[in-house]
Design a protein around this ligand. Structure first.
Ligand SMILES: Cc1ncc(C[n+]2csc(CCOP(=O)(O)OP(=O)(O)O)c2C)c(N)n1
Ligand SMILES: [Mg+2]
Length: 378
């Protein structure tokens, strides 16, 4: 049947668009730039803040040393598992430094360094990875949510907290960290959708380190970039060189400011690379080329900053030595404290699980108490 033959259409019938359709928002401003944003080695570096950059440098050096020490502790049997952030330190440090005290950080299992750079005691940060005692710290005291091992589950939590804070009129921004693999989880979708609909004060930082364990990014997404995912939810997506600490800090600072001033959420994709294996339990040589690793070694976050700052006279030999010394002091203290056997109370298994204990857990706690008492009596 042709259009002219439609009942009642007549010769004057003309198809029209659906009556009330219009785009909900302009798509173009939400799209990421064609290239990852960079500062170091570009004219934008003329505007670097020397004090902030010296602080970033000291934190990067400390972060690199922290990574090495934590990996060493796994070899010594003092830490069960450690997901290293060697190569990703710029993202970790920028995420920590960009937040105000009242803000919240929502880290993944890989982000202990961000938590440490935000001021958390390194031993507390590693408690979970030692398998000792719940989260290892009080999330409310530090405004750092528990390190999340189930992928992307921290993202809806961040949105919920940020939205609740906004409803109460509290000045709080939540920054949630997730890996490239985590963006394929349902929780990523739900979090971004709610965040944009509610205009929640959240920043999503995706560290695209190329792999989800052994799975390269191309095998789990067909999106042009992960930053492009923002437009589908109605939030801006930004692409940044994740090894350029000045660039990551600037892009995150803009996103945090936007969130704080009622502008809603932002999705930031930082392009970086995991130099070490997924964890100490993984062998990365089985799924990636040495050439690829070598190319990324030339784009090392610590060296990129060191070169820029020394060339500009912002950092000198004494500054470099001081940063190294401070990092060694931190590592020595961490080693010593992690070598002490922790004293744990088995009854703590039941603490901090629910605000109000459930009947079943009360029963189990009583059983354990009785067993411990019987054991103590010989
Ligand atoms: C819901 C869920 N599914 C699967 C896993 C197992 N797992 C742990 S790490 C990981 C890869 C995650 O990759 P990515 O998000 O890129 O983070 P990265 O480890 O590279 O920082 C997977 C699949 C998990 N922890 N949680
Ligand atoms: Mg990854």
């Amino acid at each position: 049947m042709t259009v002219q033959e439609l009942p009642g259409a007549g010769a004057s019938y003309r198809p029209t668009p659906p009556p009330s359709w219009r785009p909900r928002t302009e798509a173009a401003p939400l799209l990421p730039d064609a290239e990852p944003y960079r500062v170091l080695g570009t004219p934008a570096a003329d505007k670097l803040d020397p004090e902030l950059m010296r602080r970033c440098y000291a934190e990067l050096v400390r972060g690199r040393r922290y990574n090495a020490q934590a990996t060493a502790l796994t070899r010594q049997g003092r830490l069960a598992v450690y997901p290293s952030t060697v190569g990703q330190e710029a993202c970790e440090i920028a995420a920590a430094l960009v937040l105000a005290e009242q803000d919240w950080l929502f880290p993944s299992y890989r982000d202990t360094l961000a938590a440490v750079a935000r001021g958390l005691d390194p031993v507390q940060a590693l408690t979970l990875l030692r398998g000792d005692w719940h989260t290892g710290y009080d999330p409310r005291e530090h405004r750092i949510a528990p390190l999340s091992t189930p992928l992307a589950t921290q993202l809806p939590h961040a949105v919920g907290l940020a939205h609740a804070a906004r409803l109460r009129g509290d000045d709080v921004v939540a920054l949630a960290m997730v890996g490239d693999g985590g963006t394929s989880e349902g929780d990523f979708h739900e979090a971004l959708n709610f965040a944009a609909v509610w205009q929640a004060p959240v920043v999503f930082l995706v560290q695209n380190n190329g792999f989800a364990i052994s799975v390269p990014l191309a095998k789990q997404t067909a999106a042009p970039t992960l930053a492009h995912k923002g437009v589908g939810y109605g939030m801006p997506g930004r692409l940044v060189d994740g090894n350029d600490v000045a660039a990551v800090h600037e892009v995150l600072a803009e996103a945090v400011h936007r969130a704080r001033t009622g502008g809603g959420p932002t999705l930031v994709e930082a392009i970086t690379y995991r130099m070490d294996a997924h964890t100490n339990a993984d062998d990365a040589t089985r799924y990636r080329d040495d050439d690829e690793v070598a190319a990324w070694k030339e784009h090392d976050p610590v060296e990129l900053l060191e070169r820029e700052l020394t060339a500009r006279g912002i950092l000198d030999e004494a500054g470099i030595e001081a940063a190294k010394d401070a990092a060694e002091t931190m590592a020595a203290a961490l080693r010593e404290r992690m070598n002490a056997d922790p004293v744990l109370d088995p009854m703590d298994l039941f603490a901090h699980v629910y605000a109000e204990q459930t009947g079943r857990l009360r029963e189990q706690a009583a059983m354990l108490r009785a067993e411990l008492d019987a054991e103590a009596q010989g």
